[in-house]
Design a protein around this ligand. Structure first.
Ligand SMILES: Nc1nc2c(ncn2[C@@H]2O[C@H](COP(=O)(O)OP(=O)(O)OP(=O)(O)O)[C@@H](O)[C@H]2O)c(=O)[nH]1
Ligand SMILES: [Mg+2]
Length: 330
């Protein structure tokens, strides 16, 4: 494998190796082909990826014809600065949270198992939008087959705990164990040195909802004791709004992305629609996000922002920072 592969490509490669269904593998391969840096050293790999994609597409077609291998995959296209999945026990308030934070509407009910499908919505934070996805509940006996896959592919998981429920510790424990069994351990930080490609750790924050409920404080203490250093807790009330004001900012922080503005030479920067890329991304990563052709013919960039003087010329390997303004020269 060429040595100079970017972190974005390596991440895509890890996702491919973790993919379980043919559909997932095809999606991952397409993504790998898009983000693979194009130069002489990667020609061979590029050809190899295309061959693998052709083979899998053929396989999928055969499965379709034979009527077997029906897809269980729920694949929601990522939008905005990151994809965040709400996960939790029945009645914990996932749908209420989605409705409070986004323009979407998901049915709310004072009874379990109200939500049956994944429902996406967009949550604004300053000049970026973050995608939140409401999902059906999880119990020891019930978990939609596609749900671990969705969480695995997302950028962040919000595990919703119900501070009004006496079963809250058991419910959280059940979900943590179940997702570990399904090879998607819910963790505070994704380990950098994971050498088991079957594992797809999901960065997770626990949202302790219904803070307004009777005895919520006592349950919150018990929850924090159970979790210890394992996961961070964000207490709030989706119903009263308590603790919700800085919620989008906290989620943006947890996504660990940077927003970048682009500008054309001689023109003002586009400060309306920033790009959001993983922290540590380079000029080349941004170029790939803007357009593959620009990335291929990129000569240099000029940057206004952190760690550079205004308009400094930098190369494709230059690491960008939050709110940098970048002029790509192809
Ligand atoms: N007191 C209080 N009640 C809440 C809060 N958030 C949600 N609820 C109530 O909890 C009940 C369940 O809310 P939902 O949003 O439907 O819960 P859910 O997690 O989506 O439920 P499922 O779809 O069955 O998994 C409803 O009666 C809500 O009004 C809160 O912050 N405080
Ligand atoms: Mg619901």
């Amino acid at each position: 494998m060429p040595a100079n592969l970017t972190p974005i490509y390596l991440k895509a490669d890890a996702a491919f190796r973790a993919a379980e269904t043919t559909e997932e593998k095809i999606e991952c391969l397409k993504h790998m082909i898009t983000v693979l840096p194009k130069h002489k050293g990667t020609d061979h790999l590029h050809g190899d990826l295309k061959r693998r994609l052709a083979k899998l597409t053929q396989q999928q077609e055969q499965q379709r014809k034979s009527g077997g291998g029906r897809s269980q995959l729920v694949d929601i296209e990522k939008q905005g600065a990151g994809q965040v999945v709400l996960l939790g026990a029945p009645n914990s308030g996932k749908s209420t949270l989605l409705n409070a934070l986004t323009n979407a509407h998901s049915e709310v009910g004072d009874y379990p198992f109200t939500t049956h499908a994944a429902v996406p919505g967009m949550m604004p934070h300053e000049d970026v939008q973050i995608q939140l996805i409401d999902t059906p509940p999880v119990t020891a006996d019930y978990c939609e087959t596609w749900l671990p896959g969705l969480v695995r592919k997302s950028n962040l998981c919000l595990l919703v705990a119900d501070l009004a429920s006496d079963d809250l510790l058991e419910d959280i424990d059940t979900i943590l164990s179940l997702f570990t069994q399904r090879k998607v351990p819910l963790v505070r930080e994704v380990p950098a040195d994971n050498d088991d490609p079957t594992l797809g750790h999901a960065r997770t924050v626990v949202v302790a909802n219904k803070r307004d409920a009777d005895d919520a404080n006592t349950r919150l203490e018990m929850l924090e004791e159970l979790l210890g250093q394992r996961l961070d807790t964000l207490p709030l009330s989706a119903k009263t709004g308590q603790g919700m004001a800085d919620f989008p900012a906290r989620i943006y922080e947890s996504l660990d992305v940077i927003r970048l503005y682009t500008k054309e030479p001689g023109e003002k920067a586009d400060l309306v629609q920033p790009y959001a890329l993983p922290r540590g991304s380079t000029v080349e990563d941004l170029a790939l996000e803007v357009h593959r052709e620009i990335a291929e013919s990129l000569k240099h960039a000029r940057v206004w922002g952190t760690g550079v003087f205004d308009g400094q010329t930098v190369g494709r390997e230059h690491v960008l920072h939050e709110k940098d303004i970048v002029e790509l020269h192809a």
